[in-house]
Design a protein around this ligand. Structure first.
Ligand SMILES: Nc1ncnc2c1ncn2[C@@H]1O[C@H](COP(=O)(O)OP(=O)(O)OP(=O)(O)O)[C@@H](O)[C@H]1O
Length: 250
């Protein structure tokens, strides 16, 4: 997992700038336990965590990160407090922040991020915790400020970008909400990636749904999860998704 408060990023090649960049990108490793199918075929853990250090050892190789969770390191439940809560704080102070889960298929990205959130399911995972934290803060600040909060949810599948909140997609057009059955072949049209006049990147026409409370945000997260093209842990999976929250102080 990589987390970046974006507005601290600077471009340019000076040594000083490179150092600033390396400091504002932080990397955490979350080691997941072996799951039942792996245990049944006799898999064993090959990663050891160096006690008291954010370092793991695989055979004779050592790797050091900013944080290590899982296995015999800190419990995974601490990821949010250590790595993400400061970014939520920064977000509400006008910074941009990105949390990127990176790893081989089946390594635990969806589980760690909580992207397969369902209203009935558990509230663990980074995104549900971010939602909790944001709306608690918004509730506290609502006397003095008003926030306009929007969400978008995209999937990158076989190098094409799809809008998981597209109201015209097969899942949404059924109008059956969160419990709608996932169609075998979703009728989806990829969205275009365009460059803006100031050199930024934009996703043309992506749905940016306005949300007023945690329940609304959670319903977009779970409805978007249903629209994903592939289930996780399929070794052929080429699906990656991104949930974006944007804030405007009005
Ligand atoms: N920390 C954890 N503790 C217990 N089980 C976990 C943990 N992380 C992941 N798992 C389990 O491991 C399996 C694979 O996890 P997950 O689906 O999150 O992988 P993924 O990296 O998102 O895969 P893909 O790239 O294919 O979407 C799931 O059965 C999940 O429940």
């Amino acid at each position: 997992m990589v987390f970046v408060p974006e507005s601290n990023l600077k471009t340019g090649g000076s040594k000083e700038t490179e150092m600033e960049n390396s400091e504002c990108v932080r990397v955490a490793v979350n080691i997941r336990p072996l799951i039942t199918p792996e245990l049944l075929i006799g898999c064993t853990d090959i990663i050891t965590v160096v006690p008291g250090e954010p370092q793991v050892q695989i055979g004779s190789h050592s790797f050091t990160y900013d944080y290590v969770y899982g296995s015999t390191a800190s419990p995974s439940s601490e990821i949010f407090n250590d790595c993400v809560a400061p970014l939520v704080e920064a977000l509400l102070n006008g910074y941009n922040a990105t949390v990127l889960a990176y790893g081989q298929t089946g390594s635990g990205k969806t589980y760690t991020m909580g992207t397969n959130y369902t209203a009935e399911g558990s509230n663990s995972g980074v995104i549900p915790k971010v939602m909790d934290s944001i709306f608690r803060r918004v509730e506290t600040a609502k006397e003095s400020a008003e926030f306009l909060i929007r969400v978008s949810f995209i999937e990158i599948f076989k190098e094409e970008v799809f809008d998981l909140l597209d109201p015209n997609s097969a899942v949404f057009s059924k109008g059956e909400g969160v419990n709608a059955a996932k169609p075998a072949v979703p009728a989806r049209v990829p969205i275009q990636i365009r460059e803006t006049v100031n050199g930024g990147i934009t996703l043309a026409g992506v749905t940016e749904a306005e949300v007023r409370n945690k329940e609304e945000m959670a319903s977009y997260l779970s409805r978007g999860s249903l629209s994903r093209a592939t289930a996780s842990t399929n070794m052929n999976s080429q699906s990656r998704c991104g949930f974006t929250m944007s804030f405007t102080l009005t």
